[in-house]
Design a protein around this ligand. Structure first.
Ligand code: HAM
Length: 422
């Protein structure tokens, strides 16, 4: 049988290996820490769901129309690789009916059938939070502040926080109608590529970055003219809260975001260190009607998601969030039959000290090279003479003349002691 060869990662996906994967993991830990500080619990949802979970997200959005990665399973059910998590979280809420407010965080892969480009993949990863069951504007502030603190803590400085309000569901519909009427009246001045959206999803035209369209949308009706007194008060409280926390933001009346479920507060974190086409590090907002649309009780919700790949691109651009040191602490150089390396690595690891070694009976020189390359701080060197006398040589690889002979039976305890004094 002929061998199949030449396999590569599917279009729009990539492998993430060391050392990038360590940085990736550290980023998730930083987010987890931030979420835990605000009492959010971790929720895992399935990678695939019934397509109906996401088709609720308004017909006409790009996610539904073109980017859904759907398939028929062996039981002829139409499933989809999850394009985002907000709808999955709401589905989970309806299924489990947890006590509110339900504050959860998540991380994991998501799938959109896109044309890949820098910062846009078919499989990408999100970090996010959702809160279900409270319409308090202070939760909006809590959510936005959590995202801002996270981006700040990982060292990003060139982040812009944009906010807007869509009002309630009724306001959104009325506003969408007014925007559509306005866009239809100015059709001739709008870039052709945006024409289709005017009928299918007029609010998304406001997000367009095409120059002619932008000239037209600059004069478009503003949502604040449509906000009810209540919605206006909610938005005022959000702004006052952010002000009180010292979080800078700008109100962007054209911020509508790509998904159709938003009501009231909308927000986006943009990086001025990235290309404008893909400069959104993350975004979110309120979605007060979504749980009900999925068959649950009337339950307000708010949350956001951030793209791991985008954040790391921004970190690269700003030279922030350096990869953590993953080097082993100790490297065992064993030029006998390898038994000491086998046993010492196990003993060290059992006491919580990371250790590694060369295999396949390499020469002393080759093992020294491997120790240097690994970035280990210490080397334990074992030769025939050492074995005969029950000792080892301990060498500090960071300080050239720091080397001593030590009892084989003492070396692990000695290293644990030295490391604990650091
Ligand atoms: P979204 O704006 O569609 O919102 O995605 C959030 C973030 O995920 C984006 O800002 C971007 O960083 C990243 N992202 C999205 N698509 C891709 C892609 N194809 N490749 C790389 N990164 C991507 C949501 O998903 C909502 N669920 C956010 C939310 C949560 N709203 C309320 N709660």
């Amino acid at each position: 049988m002929a061998k199949a060869t030449g396999f590569k990662t599917p279009k729009g996906t990539r492998d993430v290996g060391p050392p990038d994967s360590a940085r990736w993991q550290a980023l998730i830990s930083a987010f987890e820490r931030e979420a835990q500080l605000a009492n959010y619990g971790l929720l895992h949802t399935p990678i695939f769901e019934d397509i109906g979970v996401f088709q609720r997200i308004g017909e006409g959005t790009d996610v539904v129309q073109k980017q859904m990665w759907d398939f028929l399973d062996k039981g002829d059910r139409r499933m989809v690789l999850r394009p985002e998590n907000t709808a999955s979280v709401c589905r989970s809420f309806v299924q489990q009916r947890p006590i509110v407010p339900w504050k959860i965080w998540y991380q994991g892969p998501f799938f959109r059938y896109e044309e890949p480009q820098a910062g846009r993949q078919r499989q990408f990863n999100q970090l996010g939070i959702e809160v279900l069951g409270s319409s308090d504007a202070d939760i909006d502030v809590e959510a936005i502040a959590l995202g801002s603190r996270f981006l700040e803590r990982i060292g990003l400085k060139r982040v812009l926080l944009l906010i807007n309000s869509m009002g309630d569901v009724e306001t959104r519909l009325k506003y969408a109608q007014a925007v559509q009427d306005y866009l239809r009246a100015n059709l001739g001045d709008i870039d052709r590529e945006d024409h289709e959206k005017i009928e299918a999803h007029p609010l998304r035209v406001l997000d367009s970055k095409r120059p002619n369209t932008r000239k037209v949308t600059a004069e478009a009706p503003r949502v604040e003219q449509f906000l009810s007194v209540e919605a206006g008060a909610h938005f005022d409280r959000v702004q006052a809260g952010l002000g009180s926390l010292g979080i800078s933001f700008a109100i962007e009346p054209r911020l509508v975001r790509g998904l159709d479920y938003y009501t009231h507060t909308l927000f986006e974190y943009q990086s001025s260190a990235l290309d404008t086409a893909q400069n959104a590090l993350g975004g979110g907002g309120r979605y007060n009607g979504l749980v009900e649309e999925l068959g649950g009780p009337d339950t307000p919700g708010i949350g956001f998601a951030m793209g791991v790949e985008r954040i790391l691109l921004a970190c690269d651009a700003e030279q922030a969030f350096v990869p953590p040191d993953t080097a082993p602490v100790v490297w065992i150089i064993d030029v006998t039959d390898g038994s000491s390396a086998r046993d010492l690595t196990h003993e060290l690891r059992s006491t919580g000290v990371s250790a590694d070694r060369s295999f396949d009976h390499r020469s002393m020189r080759s093992q020294m090279k491997a120790a240097d390359r690994s970035g280990a701080a210490w080397a334990i060197i074992v030769g025939d003479q050492e074995v005969a006398s029950g000792v080892v040589t301990l060498r500090n690889l960071r300080e050239s003349d720091d080397q001593k002979t030590i009892e084989r039976s003492q070396v692990v305890a000695y290293l644990v002691e030295v490391l604990s004094q650091r």
